[in-house]
Design a protein around this ligand. Sequence first.
Ligand SMILES: O=C(O)CCC(=O)C(=O)O
Length: 277
Amino acid sequence: MPSIPVVSANDSLLKVVACLERDGAVVVNDVIDRAVRDSILRELAPHLEIVDPDASINKAYEADGGTSDFYPGRTKRITALVARSETFRTFVTHPLMLAACDAILKPNCVHYQVHATAALKIGPGAREQVLHREEDPYQFFKVPRPHMIVASMWAITDFTEANGGTHIVPGSHLWPADRRARPDEVVAAEMPAGSVLLWMGGTLHGAGANRTDDWRYGVFLSYSLGWIRQEENQYVDVPYDIARTLSKEVRDLVGYKMHMGIGYCDVSVRSGRGEKR
Ligand SMILES: O=C(O)CCC(=O)C(=O)O
């Protein structure tokens, strides 16, 4: 039976990275304590409260070339977490994430960047999500190709097989593009609140179905090579007025930094003095 390796936050970062590279996913226990989870809950509550879990976002996604029925419904999803949560910014610079990105992304870029952020509350009755890869939008580059993305899910509540724990297909980051996963190759990531699940951009995954009466609450954070287009438009979701209040480390990671000349801008436009030189 395939499985997802589980390590502790006290294990070496080298061990975490080795598991991730070998199995395509790893669960790290005890990364964020109760106080941190409470801060996330408090900071994101006003934004999640107003989301209708039954509002379908599939139509917009399909119109842009995505698969229909990609989003399972009965789910509250918000993005722009760097702008919305001070606590989330500590996830972005967490040594665990930076170690994984240094090892997996740094060989193919000068620096990496935040790729996408989301809070995902999966409600009772949500169906399972279509298995997919974070790197699907980049399939114009055929496999095998350099690793482009590292993703993570931070458990704010317990994740179980029954409540929608993320489905992972261990080892699938090494598969040819056309190999489909058999049902017995799909594993639900079960982890107590406070754990983080990491997976590779090439690993097949998707949200599980929620057959319980509780909401499964996770926070998603991914990173990509600094020279590809980010999945979440960080310059819209973290506009300059907010970006300038962030630490330089977070601001750079969000993308307010050039990558070998890519990403230049004219600051005089931003300051409203762009008409005349
Ligand atoms: O919620 C999850 O466990 C995974 C979500 C996901 O992969 C997605 O929405 O693309």
